[in-house]
Write a protein that binds this ligand. Structure first.
Ligand SMILES: C[S@@+](CC[C@H](N)C(=O)[O-])C[C@H]1O[C@@H](n2cnc3c(N)ncnc32)[C@H](O)[C@@H]1O
Length: 202
């Protein structure tokens, strides 16, 4: 399956071209991913989705958190990213799904948590997409929006200014999450990490 809508084409081209070197660009991020995953509060046997999993850098930590009896899924719309995930053996930690988070092939309330690293800025319709992610999480389940560096450091790396309309600025993100049926419970934006946690309202 190859998703060819305009929404996907840009993302697939951008990340498709970067997939092969993705892990080499960020070789030291493992502990930051593990620390962020720990904040999801997953238990043995839990069910979790890595939304926009890319090369699956979070999958080993997610598998360790839910153990062999748990369910770990990694969803991404860029085939090359999933190919790299499989090449790195991360398909042993989780089931890889080539899919858009705008239409997840999952039953309502079937997950305990969703982890999404570096995803939200790439979503064309974040409010709608966060609502779709909410659909597949049980009431009381958790969403983590993560990035291994903070907003200011990322903007500097990308050579752009951080503006007040930034989607991930605290007031903007809180309002976005609330509108999509999530309650933001914590927000950290420091040089070494960005992590917003939210709970699915009943
Ligand atoms: C910045 S990368 C982060 C990858 C990975 N989470 C990580 O931390 O290394 C963003 C990823 O989100 C994926 N993505 C973007 N929009 C998506 C969508 N609508 N549905 C599924 N995946 C998407 C891209 O293909 C890409 O792999």
């Amino acid at each position: 399956m190859r998703c060819m809508s305009d929404d996907h084409t840009h993302v697939q081209e951008f990340f498709g071209a970067r997939a092969a070197g993705w892990d080499r660009r960020f070789p030291d991020d493992g502990p930051a991913y593990a620390a962020a995953v720990a904040e999801l509060g997953l238990r043995e046997g839990g069910r979790v989705l890595d939304a926009g999993c890319g090369t699956g850098r979070a999958l080993p930590a997610l598998r360790a958190a839910v153990g062999p009896s748990g369910v770990v899924l990694g969803a991404d719309v860029t085939p090359e990213m999933l190919r790299e995930a499989a090449r790195a053996g991360r398909d042993h930690d989780g089931t890889l799904l080539l899919t858009d988070v705008a239409a997840l092939p999952l039953r309502p309330s079937s997950l305990d948590a969703v982890f999404a690293a570096g995803l939200i800025a790439h979503l064309p319709r974040p409010a709608e997409n966060l609502r779709e992610i909410r659909r597949v999480v049980r009431p009381g389940g958790v969403l983590a929006l993560f990035h291994p560096i903070g907003r200011a450091a990322l903007a500097a790396r990308q050579g752009r200014e951080l503006t007040p309309d930034d989607l991930r600025a605290e007031p903007n993100l809180r309002a976005l999450l609330t509108g999509a049926g999530w309650r933001m419970t914590s927000y950290v934006d420091e040089d070494t990490r960005f992590l917003a946690l939210a709970v699915r309202d009943a």
